[in-house]
Design a protein around this ligand. Structure first.
Ligand code: TPP
Length: 372
């Protein structure tokens, strides 16, 4: 299916789709009371993640981070997908998926350590069901398929027991679809019918390469070539993305095999803070996408339908300011790791040679031995 699925227009108007409806999980309705409550929660997520991202970009500019990959503009795709996950699902993310990490309840400051050079991961992947971010493009889609194959062999797919059944979300960008790894992952996933959702955020650029140069056809059509279903969704529409990813995860969890979801969105910022996008894209292009902003459209919908009033928006703004200040302060306070971490966090079991080397480094650090 290459038609774009949309449930909320860029003007903030709800529209119907013949096959897909926004139907929040009962757990979300329990937590947030009713549908407007769920929509406010989605808008809050997107707003806070954007504030975090803007703050992280500023921190890099102040020399506090080595690099930052901004998620500006991709909040609906990421919050829609992240909120559709069940607690037991497992995510294999890229370096840009800050919104999905937020939905996995990862402390945003923990995302900064990797880019500050103080941490390799920052969270317990098993506890959060969120793997370390992968910077090697597409490599983790193979890890995702391997994990999903493991879930299949463990009998954690299609049992009907919601607390046991597992789906895996493999995240990547349009550029990654040009990598061999991603294509191998898709062949393997199709062959072994594994419970993986390939979540492709088509943000139109692989650094300076436009998606139009990477593919002659809409990327979603590749799913048919591998032999599994594909959905193309408006990735700036959080309702549609939630609904489509929810359906795809359910498909995978219930043992019906892999699905590709192409979320059509736009990277509003630079590729990373080392990039200058004015070298390869026009202001006109940016303006078209600015008018499709994912946060503005849901805010407009909630305002016009009475789902949120001025006081609610003011409180959210204050909460975002507070988050920004907190992230700033805690980033500055991130501790420098001990060199011994390289020994303690790399190996499951340390060999006698490594133990001796560790002892030598420890003695150097506490001054009981002088470097030769
Ligand atoms: C295997 C590999 N090749 C090249 C790179 C350099 N590189 C970093 S990001 C990037 C573009 C990725 O584009 P896309 O998959 O669309 O993701 P986006 O950055 O747009 O989210 C490239 C080529 C890399 N990190 N890994």
């Amino acid at each position: 299916m290459s038609d774009l699925i949309q449930l909320l227009t860029a003007d903030g108007v709800r529209v119907e789709h013949p096959d897909v409806a926004f139907s929040p999980d009962p757990s979300l309705l329990d937590t947030y009371g009713d549908e407007p409550g769920v929509l406010r929660a989605l808008l809050r997520d997107m707003t806070l993640v954007r504030r975090f991202d803007v703050e992280a970009t500023a921190l890099q500019r102040h020399g506090e981070l080595g690099l930052w990959p901004s998620s500006l503009g991709q909040e609906a795709a990421q919050i829609g997908a992240g909120r559709a996950l069940a607690p037991g699902d497992y995510v294999f993310p890229t370096y840009r998926d800050h919104g999905i990490a937020w939905c996995r309840r990862i402390d945003p400051v923990d995302l900064l350590g990797v880019f500050r050079g103080t941490d390799h991961v920052g969270w317990d992947p098993e506890e959060k069901r969120y793997a370390p971010v992968t910077i090697v493009i597409g490599a983790h889609t193979l890890h995702a398929v391997g994990y999903a194959l493991g879930a299949l062999h463990d009998g954690a797919v299609g049992t009907g027991d919601a607390s046991r059944d597992t789906a895996v979300l493999a995240c990547f960008g349009d550029g990654a679809t040009s990598q061999g790894d991603v294509n191998e992952a898709m062949v393997f996933a199709a062959s072994y019918h594994v419970p993986v959702v390939f979540f492709l955020q088509n943000n139109h650029w692989a650094i300076s390469e436009p998606v139009t140069r990477q593919s002659r056809i809409p990327l979603v059509q590749r799913a048919a070539g591998f032999g599994f279903p594909g959905y193309r969704v408006d990735g700036n529409d959080v309702l549609a993305t939630y609904a489509v990813v929810q359906r795809a995860l359910e498909h995978a969890r219930t043992g019906q095999g892999p699905v590709l979801v192409e979320a059509v969105t736009y990277r509003m910022g630079a590729h990373t803070t080392t990039d200058d996008p004015t070298r390869y894209r026009t202001d006109d292009d940016l303006e078209v996408w600015r008018r499709r902003d994912p946060i503005d459209r849901l805010a407009r919908y909630l305002r016009t339908t009475g789902g949120a009033d001025d006081a609610w928006f003011a409180a959210l703004e204050a909460e975002a300011d507070e988050l920004g200040a907190d992230v700033r302060a805690r980033c500055h306070a991130l501790p420098d790791p001990s060199p011994l971490v390289s020994f303690d966090a790399t190996y499951a079991e340390i060999t006698p040679t490594l133990a001796a080397q560790r002892a030598e480094v420890a003695a150097l650090l506490d001054g009981t031995e002088v470097a030769r």
